[in-house]
Write a protein that binds this ligand. Structure first.
Ligand code: R5P
Length: 299
C-alpha cells in the first residue's frame, strides 16, 4: 500500500502513512500558467494499492479536480487498486433540491466519483442528514467512519472530568447519531437541540431536555463548524440553561469568517477538532481510525 496525498492535507497524509507503516509518495502538483492543474505521480505503482488522500475543504472545486487527476494517474502508473480517502466530503450539505432550479450537488459529486472507477471510498462523518447512506449512489465500496468516539475520548483524557459531571450536546436533531455514539462510548448523558436556520450565517436553537444540561460541564459536538454560528448559538443556549462550563468540538473544522472568535465570544472555554481539515484546533488525529479501516479493508 502507498499513500499518495493531494495538496489539501499533507499532515494527515503523513500521519496516515506513518500509522500504516507505508511509503508516502507525494505527486508533483502545480498549475499551468492558465490556472489548470498539472500533476505527475513520480514513481511506478505497479501492483500497489494506491491510497489517495484528499479532504475537500477550503478549495473544494480545485481539490476535487485534483483527486480526479490523481485517480487517473494512479491507474496509469499501474496501481492494482485505488482507494480515495476523502475525510471531508464537500457538497454533502446540498443533498436535496431545496429550491427550484438548484442541483442536488451531492448526487453530482457521487457521479463524478463513479467515473473514477475507484475500488473504495472512505469518508468521515459525512453530512448525510437526509440521504443517510451514500452507498446506493456509489459504484465503489463506501466506508463511512466517525471521529465522534475519538473526540469524546480526547475530551475526557485532556480535561480530566469525570463522566457524571458531563453532558454531550448536539446543536441540532441531525447530530443525534454522532452525539449518541460519543456519549455511549464515554458513558455520559446526551441531548440534542432543535435548530432553525434563518440564513447561511444565522441560526436559532432551542432545547429539548433542559435538565440534561443544567449544572453540567457541556461538550457540544457537531460534524462541521463552518461560520461558527451554530456552535455559538448552542453555547449561549447551554449557558442560559445553567451549564457550569461549555466546550466545543467537531470533526471538520472548516472555520470561515472568524468562526473561532465567534464561538469563544459566546462563552466557550476551549475548542478542539479532528485533523480531517487542517486548522489551529485540529488536535485529534483521525490517522489511527483511517489506518485501522484500510488495514481491515486490504485483509
Ligand atoms: C449543519 O446541519 C451542520 O451539521 C453544521 O451544524 C453546520 O454546517 C455548521 O455551520 P455553521 O458553523 O456555519 O453554523
Amino acid at each position: 500500500m502507498i499513500v499518495v496525498p493531494g495538496s489539501s492535507n499533507l499532515l494527515l497524509s503523513l500521519r496516515l502513512a506513518q500509522a500504516l507503516e507505508v511509503e508516502l509518495a507525494p505527486a508533483e502538483i502545480r498549475k499551468f500558467p492558465d490556472g489548470e492543474k498539472y500533476l505527475r505521480i513520480t514513481r511506478p505503482l505497479e501492483g500497489e494499492t494506491a491510497v489517495l488522500l484528499q479532504s475537500l475543504a477550503h478549495k473544494p472545486d480545485e481539490y476535487l479536480v485534483e483527486l480526479c487527476l490523481l485517480a487517473e494517474a494512479a491507474r496509469g502508473a499501474g496501481a492494482s487498486k485505488v482507494v480515495a480517502v476523502i475525510p471531508y466530503l464537500a457538497y454533502a450539505r446540498q443533498d436535496a433540491r431545496f429550491n427550484p432550479g438548484e442541483p442536488i450537488s451531492l448526487k453530482v459529486v457521487a457521479e463524478l466519483l463513479n467515473s473514477l472507477e475507484l475500488d473504495a471510498i472512505v469518508t468521515v462523518d459525512a453530512h448525510l442528514h437526509r440521504l443517510r447512506d451514500l452507498a446506493p449512489f456509489l459504484q465503489a465500496e463506501f466506508i463511512h467512519l466517525s471521529a465522534s468516539k475519538s473526540l469524546a475520548e480526547y475530551f475526557i483524557k485532556e480535561y480530566k472530568f469525570s463522566p457524571n459531571e458531563l453532558a454531550i450536546v448536539g446543536p441540532d436533531e441531525e447530530s443525534e447519531a454522532l452525539v449518541a455514539k460519543a456519549a455511549s462510548h464515554v458513558k455520559v448523558e446526551h441531548t440534542v437541540f432543535v435548530k432553525k436556520r434563518l440564513s447561511p450565517t444565522e441560526v436559532m436553537v432551542t432545547p429539548k431536555e433542559e435538565e440534561v444540561v443544567k449544572g453540567k460541564v457541556v461538550l457540544i459536538m457537531d460534524d462541521i463548524i463552518s461560520t461558527g454560528g451554530t456552535m455559538a448559538e448552542a453555547a449561549k443556549q447551554c449557558l442560559k440553561l445553567g451549564a457550569k462550563a461549555v466546550y466545543a468540538c467537531c470533526t471538520h473544522p472548516i472555520l470561515v469568517n472568524g468562526a473561532l472568535t465567534k464561538i469563544y465570544l459566546a462563552g466557550v472555554k476551549s475548542i478542539f477538532a479532528s485533523d480531517s481539515v487542517p486548522s489551529p484546533v485540529s488536535c485529534v488525529s483521525i490517522a489511527p481510525l483511517l489506518a485501522e479501516c484500510l488495514r481491515r479493508w486490504t485483509r
